[in-house]
Ligand binder design. Structure first.
Ligand SMILES: Cc1ncc(COP(=O)(O)O)c(C=O)c1O
Length: 302
């Protein structure tokens, strides 16, 4: 049998991780005192209004094909959410709806890099990143962070790792696993390096709403860095809905149509009723996990 090299590149980077998770679950179910650190699943229930929106939309016939880029009202809701966050206008045309952050990151990497390119990734990094970069064919270049810097990647460390082949910096703020939340100053310093070396920044912001006592800053929210940034996120963590697989990539208006081409090759549109639920989730900002005083009043018991 002959295969394309992609599955060779991905060998060892996927299923083994689920084995650890499955073993943890097995032991927890058997009554052992297990603390699950394998998967970032919020332990609060999702907002009832978002579940209701999905159910109502499904019942009302929102079960057909969705638009490949995303349903217009969903793109508008994501654009409004990002506009409010950054204070800079984001148009719906700059948004691609994705089946979660992982799907968004994969779409972004496949759109930007190929074999021969290098992707810089602050280390330690989220479990799927090696596989994502390997899938694209590009080379994974870890950039060490240090405990004495609270695991905040520095602009200097990034610059030292750059070669002629470097094309993308894959940032993750807040970081899984370290929890490091990059400051505006750090983002600007890192951004200057990316400008000097003409690097794209893919920013995984899936924990953006869970910074607790420090402000969140994305390179997408910095006017001088927005054109080179692809901001990727979802409602998996913010609304405790990882199983909905509902997220987005926001980017420059010239980038988005290219992302759409790649996304359509993989999925050709998501589930309209889930998009409707995401629209409600982002519109009802009070229900984010950040706001522990308000949310989940009507949430079902799990
Ligand atoms: C850093 C990071 N990125 C992406 C994901 C995946 O997010 P999604 O459920 O939106 O695909 C996770 C999930 O744990 C994560 O921790």
């Amino acid at each position: 049998m002959k295969f394309a090299p992609i599955s060779d590149r991905l060998a060892g980077l996927g299923a083994a991780k689920w084995a650890v998770h499955a073993e943890g679950l097995r032991r927890a179910n058997a009554g052992e005192p297990i603390i699950m650190l394998s998967i970032g699943e919020p332990d609060l229930p999702p907002p009832a209004s978002v579940l209701d929106a999905a159910a109502a939309a499904m019942r009302s016939g929102r079960t057909r094909y969705a638009h490949g880029q995303g349903e217009p009202q969903t793109l508008a809701a994501i654009a409004k959410h990002l506009t409010q966050r950054s204070g800079l206008p984001v148009a719906p045309e700059q948004v691609l709806y994705t089946a979660g952050t992982q799907n968004g990151l994969c779409t972004a990497l496949l759109t930007l890099v190929q074999t021969g390119d290098e992707v810089l990734v602050p280390d330690p990094y989220y479990a799927t990143y090696e596989g994502l970069v390997a899938a694209s064919g590009a080379t994974f270049v870890p950039v060490a962070t240090r405990p004495e810097d609270n695991f905040h990647v520095t602009a200097q460390a990034i610059e030292r790792a750059i070669t002629k082949r470097s094309k993308v910096l894959l940032l993750n703020t807040p970081s899984n696993p370290t929890g490091a939340v990059l400051t505006k100053k750090e983002i600007d310093e890192i951004g200057s390096v990316c400008e000097r070396h003409d690097l794209w920044i893919i920013c995984d912001e899936v924990y953006a709403d869970m910074t607790f006592d420090v402000p969140f800053c994305s390179p997408f929210d910095r006017p001088h860095l927005r054109h080179r940034t692809l901001a990727v996120s979802s409602i998996s963590k913010s609304h405790a809905l990882p199983g909905f697989r509902a997220g987005w990539v926001a980017s420059h208006p010239d980038v988005t149509p290219r992302l759409v081409l790649v996304a359509e090759a993989m999925l050709f549109g998501s589930q309209p009723f889930i998009e409707d639920a995401l629209t409600v989730a982002l519109t009802e900002n009070t229900q984010k996990l950040n706001n522990f005083d308000l949310p989940f009043a009507n949430a079902p018991k799990l």
